[in-house]
Write a new protein. Structure first.
Ligand code: ZN
Length: 214
């Protein structure tokens, strides 16, 4: 059995002959001087919504945390294992990023699970069920709305959960403090994987709008 799948080895060879070759100076500088990304992105694990691809970013530009449905839990210093909170702490306290972007996306399986928690193969007690419990009040409110189609409910919860996660970011004392000082900005965005459209959250209203990209 091979050490790695063929697709990955082929991709690595292409990377070394292409992107690494053309950006080797940058990689060496990043190795020597360390990373200094300006932006942290909290994105979903979904294979179709990779932030570096969507924003066309190179090495050293984005500090990325990916989890199921791009959720931020509230600040809970309870001694348990909090992967997302650890990444936030490092990005804000050590790297001093200037922006945090919560990036959601269309057709999110985690959001679908929150809207239909008993759907196979998931059960409410599974890890995903527990994790998506973070947005269960919103999921319950949206899933009970029979005026909306299932597609509308899905998009609504995808966007509501982004606002919810931004609210939870502000429960971290150092994030709230740096935002108030003007050293950190919090943003929301939603990517439609079928059309490639990016929608950005309006900071004043919470609505999602197409940004000017001229
Ligand atoms: Zn997702």
């Amino acid at each position: 059995m091979k050490h790695l799948p063929d697709r990955l080895l082929d991709g690595y060879h292409a990377f070394m002959g292409g992107r690494y070759a053309s950006e080797s100076d940058r990689y060496r500088a990043l190795a020597k001087e360390g990373q200094e990304p300006q932006t942290m992105v909290i994105a979903c694990c979904d294979s179709r919504a990779a932030p570096e691809t969507i924003f066309d970013c190179g090495p050293g530009e984005l500090f990325v945390m990916r989890n199921v449905a791009n959720l931020v839990p509230p600040y809970e210093p309870d001694g348990r294992h909090h992967a997302t909170s650890a990444a936030l702490e490092y990005a804000v306290q050590s790297l001093k990023v200037k922006h945090i972007v919560v990036l959601g996306h269309g057709r999110c399986g985690g959001i679908g699970a929150a809207l239909n928690p008993a759907a196979e193969p998931l059960a409410p007690g599974d890890f995903i069920g527990q994790w998506m419990g973070l947005v269960s009040p919103a999921a319950d409110a949206v899933s009970g709305n029979t005026m909306m189609t299932s597609g509308e409910r899905q998009t609504a919860l995808e966007r509501i959960s982004i606002r919810f996660s931004i609210g939870n970011l502000r429960t971290f004392p150092y994030i709230a403090e740096r935002e108030q000082n003007g050293g950190l900005s919090l943003h929301g965005a939603w990517f439609d994987i079928s059309t490639g459209e990016l929608w950005a959250m309006n900071h004043d209203t919470g609505d999602f709008e197409r940004p000017d990209v001229d």
